[in-house]
Every structure is written in structure tokens, then in C-alpha cells.
Design a protein around this ligand. Sequence first.
Ligand SMILES: N[C@@H](CCC(=O)N[C@@H](CS)C(=O)NCC(=O)O)C(=O)O
Length: 246
Amino acid sequence: MSQKTYYSQGSSFPATKPGVLRIYSMRFCPYAQRTRLVLNHKNIPHEIVNIKLKNKPDWFLALNPLGQVPVLQIDDKIVPESTADCDWLDDVYPENRLQSADPYRRAWDRVLTEYISKVSASFRGALLSNDPSEIQTNIEGVKKHLQFYEDKLKARGDGPFFGGSKPCIFDFMFWPTFVRLPFIAIIKENPAANIDENEFPTLETWAKAMKELPAIKDDGFDIERQAKFFRGHVKGAPDYDMFLGK
Ligand SMILES: N[C@@H](CCC(=O)N[C@@H](CS)C(=O)NCC(=O)O)C(=O)O
């Protein structure tokens, strides 16, 4: 199977192979990116099946009635939801452990993960609004939430990562959201909407360290390509095949 093929309604189910881990993904999805990053960081062999989310195959809906990517599958085990996926991967493939052995820290990593929805809500609010004052309020919201993460990371004091000298699951949960923040300025064609990294020096150091991780480098995230996909997506015409093979 080519990892560059997308599967849509009417396609036949690509047969699984015994013992081969598979991720159902979509290249531009931040949640699927979380799971792909963890797979790559932990060097877990896997195959990728890309799904056209606007036109999902029936067999995909049977696998995950929520109809969302990512989903992991190995033999008769199926795990949807990026957070569950990544915890499960970390337990089954313990090399490069990502969950803290300290229960308190582990609990807080989960809290930090939950709070990402606050960043995402303000981010989406800014992206989807055409009202300048609403956009500005949402940009302020993003900044307020970033300040929360800046303070938490600084308080941990053992960075550069939220996991300390090595990344933890939360680092990979947060990255796909964080790395998309320049979208607001790109989509709104307003450089003033850019979030100045200097305002968040601890997060800036974190971002530099994250960019050096092989899993992040290999992922090849490109904000301009992502923005191009997003423009099609909001018009109801996502081009899933965009940049395939490039
Ligand atoms: N809570 C889910 C969210 C996953 C999600 O929203 N995925 C989107 C793509 S980015 C999706 O599959 N949407 C289904 C659709 O567009 O129909 C997770 O963390 O895995």
C-alpha cells in the first residue's frame, strides 16, 4: 500500500497484516500529527492509511463510529483519540518512555493536555472571525493561554521540555497546536496578528529544543502548505492530495 494514497468512500479496505501497527491519519490533522510524532519519536514501525475525511469510507466509520483520525490498529485492537493512542503506544512500546514515573507530574501533564482546548478555542475563534475586534479578543485569548504554559514550564524549572531534559507526552500533544499559531497572521493576512515569541521566552527555548528532535524534523511541517490546505478546508473543498509526493 502506498502511504501517499488517500482512501475515500467506495474504496476497498486495505487488508491489515498480522502484527503490523497501522495509523489512520490525515496529513494536515493536528491530532493525527500528535500520534505520528509519538510513533516516530519512539521509532515504532507502522504503516499509514490516509483518510479523506470529507468522504469517509464506510469501513473507516465501522472502525471508528466517531469518524475521526487518528486511529491506531493492530490485529484486533483498535484505539481512536490521540491522547489515548499516545498513552497506549507509550505503554506497549516502553522505549523512550514519555509518561512520567511521578504520578503528580503525570497527572499535571494530562491537565496541561486538557487545557490545549482553550488555546484551540481562541485560535479557531481568531481564524474563523471576520470581525477585527473579535479577532483581537481571540488573539489576546491565545496569548493569555500561552502565558499559562510559559508559567507552568518555567515553574517546572528542569526544561527545556515539559518533560525536563527529554520530551514527555505533553510536549508532543502541544506541539501541533503551537506550531500552527502563525496561521492567524497568515490567514488574516495581517502580520500584526503574529504572536511575538519574545513575549514567552521559556516557550521560545522549548520550541527551539522541539525543532531539534528527529521526530519533529522528519515530520516536515510546513505552515504555508498547511495554510493552503486550511483555506480549501474552510471553503468546504479540502484538497487532501495537495503536495503528495513532495
Ligand atoms: N479528540 C480527537 C480529535 C480528532 C479530530 O478532530 N480529528 C479531525 C481531523 S483534524 C477529524 O478526524 N475530523 C473528522 C471530520 O472532519 O469529519 C483526538 O484527539 O484524536
